[in-house]
Design a protein around this ligand. Structure first.
Ligand SMILES: [Ca+2]
Ligand SMILES: [Ca+2]
Ligand SMILES: [Ca+2]
Length: 235
């Protein structure tokens, strides 16, 4: 499948609403996650040029470690494998509300482009997040030209208030990493027959039977900031 003809220049955003913890100190934030790529800005090993594609994803508020993944641990069955291999956030959408460590969550969605649940260069997700001091934010979106890699903050997420209790307003891109879910063997970026943009169906590809780990160095991945940009600000 080629995404070249599916490049959408227009900015498309969708709001995602969560159960709101209406505490006295709740602050409403706007989370923006951009595809920071350029049209045909990636070059694969075979010389093909394509636009980076990011899948729909999820965000979550928590106070302890991220509920989405833990480095060194298997991806499990709560949705990470589906998100990281297929760009499918809807297993998380079922599992996250059942977890006591999730204060609020939402699915990151945008208007489909030619039926694809994907954002391309120039597009973004936008979510409204009501948070209180002590709350931390996590998110995950698949890098679709991989087998099982996803962008996320570190395993502790990011604090939404500073030490003085003031809401954070920042470009958080520097805290974003590319992670490998450890569920599917890696193939060449973009060219792998079983990666997200080429596979014949969901969950197709050789099992890795591994654990979640940092993806940098596994393959010729582009710099994080050339694919994704994440910002947070009080509304
Ligand atoms: Ca892998
Ligand atoms: Ca696959
Ligand atoms: Ca799999």
């Amino acid at each position: 499948m080629s995404y070249r003809s599916k490049f959408g220049a227009a900015t498309i955003a969708a709001l995602s609403f969560a159960a709101v913890p209406h505490g006295a100190q709740a602050t409403e934030f706007i989370l923006r996650i951009y595809n920071a790529g350029t049209e045909n800005g990636m070059t694969y090993a075979d010389g093909t040029k394509e636009s980076a594609a990011l899948s729909w994803g999820v965000w979550a508020l928590h106070e302890g470690p991220s509920p989405l993944f833990a480095p060194g641990q298997p991806a499990g069955r709560e949705g990470l494998e589906n998100l990281a291999e297929d760009g499918n956030p809807f297993i998380f959408d079922k599992s996250l509300p059942r977890r006591s460590d999730v204060k609020a969550y939402g699915v990151l969605k945008a208007r489909p482009v030619d039926g694809l649940a994907t954002i391309f260069p120039g597009m973004l997700f936008r979510a409204l997040v009501d948070a209180e001091p002590g709350d931390r934010l996590s998110f995950a979106v698949m890098f679709e030209q991989t087998n099982d890699a996803f962008y996320a903050f570190g395993p502790e997420g990011v604090a939404l208030f500073d030490d003085a209790g003031q809401p954070v307003s920042a470009d958080l891109t520097g805290q974003v990493m590319l992670w490998d879910a450890g569920t599917e063997m890696n193939q060449p970026l973009g060219n792998g027959v079983d990666n997200g943009v080429n596979q014949s169906g969901p969950n197709v590809g050789p099992d890795e039977n591994g654990v979640v780990h940092a993806a940098e160095g596994d393959a010729a991945y582009p710099p994080v900031a050339s694919v994704i940009r994440v910002t947070i600000e009080p509304r």
